[in-house]
Design a protein around this ligand. Structure first.
Ligand SMILES: *Cc1c(COP(=O)(O)O)cnc(C)c1O
Length: 425
């Protein structure tokens, strides 16, 4: 059933660290062999052994229209015929920047890069350059890519020390990153009090989706907006997942809170590598060549990636009903879990993002998220996989719905999840 995947994984491990080019793909926390994918269309992916699976990973978010959307593929095909990259400006980059400022009015000025990691790294450099301050507050459990300064965990004396969360990151690089607690205003306030005039920015996932899905508590984002403003710090929304996912205008439209800078990735590339950072004109004009904050990229604004992203955004723009449709499907899965599992499982959902946590506590932050039983999650994941459903191979990742998931897909998914949860003692 997964013979070919097993062979490929064995071969992969000889020449690729852990056999994968991004760690979560290795299925390490669910104890299975990763499926090697041969193709994907709509809501379905097909692995190299010919198994067809209903996909709720959607490449970790970009696949909002499902895989291989014909209009997106056509634009990519057309773009390829004109050459793959020039290292010079193109018209589509202008169209992209104009469209972004229309869909997300806070992004008056934006720059394209090639990944979410690069976008957040650059936004933080910009915030530091603009405010001429060094310190940045991030939240435990939020992920902002793998740049040195953001791979941080709180040290033992949390208020004063942060330590690297990865080998190879010098502690000097993380000294200026302060780790606060999600949905806990006091932890943020304490940092502002202890570091007067030194905090450049607060960076946050406006709805956290990298510790599983954890929505912001009512008032939390408004609080961040207020305290940053009061202290001359910038508010950075990392909308790499939430951008174009919660609404066409992202979490900032969904929650009506406007950040100073925004970072995008995933959906904005339509399945190709793009990241974006942008915001207020006055801030963004500090970036080179206008200002002293250096940032560059050989493949930035790549014509093929821009074609895929632009077409994806245009499709979303032309059919805003997509959000309601996706939310209805996600809600059916949510309701199924609640009905079948009662309070043995916590299900968090916001729009078309959801997570099942195998814990009876309400998950509102990192501490409560990690109270969930990852062994149960691994069994759930394996059961779904064996019944034709590809969910995130980690307790701490979201389930992504797409517009391509059919009623029948959702029906099947609900039945399999219900069967699993009822079978749990
Ligand atoms: C995925 C993600 C990133 C990193 O993006 P990459 O394209 O993987 O570098 C940053 N922030 C958030 C919120 C993400 O979900």
């Amino acid at each position: 059933m997964d013979t070919r995947s097993k062979e490929l994984f064995e071969a992969a491990r000889r020449h690729i660290p852990g056999g994968v080019n991004s760690p979560v793909r290795a299925f390490g926390s669910v104890g299975r062999t990763p499926r090697f994918i041969a193709s994907a269309h709509g809501s379905r992916i097909v692995d190299v052994d010919g198994n067809e699976l209903i996909d709720y990973v959607c490449s970790w978010g970009p696949g909002i229209l499902g895989h291989a959307h014909p209009q997106v593929i056509e634009k990519v095909r057309e773009a390829c015929l004109d050459g793959l990259t020039y290292g010079a400006p193109t018209e589509r980059e202008v169209q992209m920047a104009e469209l972004l400022s229309k869909l997300m009015p806070s992004m008056e000025v934006s720059r394209l890069v090639s990944s979410g990691t690069e976008a957040v790294m650059s936004a933080i450099r910009t915030a530091r350059g603009y405010t001429r301050r060094d310190k940045v507050i991030k939240f435990k459990g939020c992920y902002h890519g793998h740049s040195d300064g953001l791979l941080v965990k709180a040290g033992s004396a949390a208020l004063t020390t942060s330590v690297p969360d990865s080998a190879g990151v010098p502690s000097d690089y993380t000294r200026n990153t302060l780790v606060a607690l999600y949905n806990d205003p006091d932890s943020v306030e304490a940092f502002f009090r202890a570091n007067p005039g030194e905090i450049a920015a607060v960076v946050v996932e406006p709805a956290a989706a990298n510790m599983g899905v954890v929505p912001p508590a009512p008032g939390f984002l408004e609080f961040l907006r207020e305290i940053t403003e009061k202290n001359g710090a910038l508010l950075i929304f990392d909308e790499v997942i939430t951008g174009f996912r919660l609404a066409l205008g992202g979490a900032q439209e969904y929650f009506h809170v406007t950040p100073d800078l925004t970072t995008l990735g995933k959906i904005v590339g339509g399945g190709m590598p793009i990241g974006v950072y942008g915001g207020k004109r006055e801030i963004m004009e500090i970036v080179s060549p206008l200002g002293p904050v250096y940032q560059a990229g050989t493949l930035s604004g790549n014509p093929i990636a821009t074609a895929a992203g632009l077409e994806t955004l245009r499709i979303l723009q032309a059919d805003p009903g997509i959000y309601r449709r996706m939310e209805e499907k996600a809600k059916r899965i949510e309701d199924t879990v609640r009905e079948a599992a009662g309070d043995r499982v916590c299900v968090n959902r916001i729009g078309s993002l959801l997570s099942l946590f195998f814990t009876s506590v309400r998950v509102t932050d990192y501490e409560s998220a990690v109270s969930s039983d990852t062994a149960s999650y691994a069994r759930y994941f394996g059961y779904l996989l064996d019944h034709g459903i590809y969910a995130a191979p980690s307790q701490f990742e979201a389930m992504f719905l797409s517009d391509a998931h059919t009623e029948e897909d959702v029906e099947t998914t609900c039945r399999v999840i219900r069967d699993f949860l009822r079978g749990m003692e």
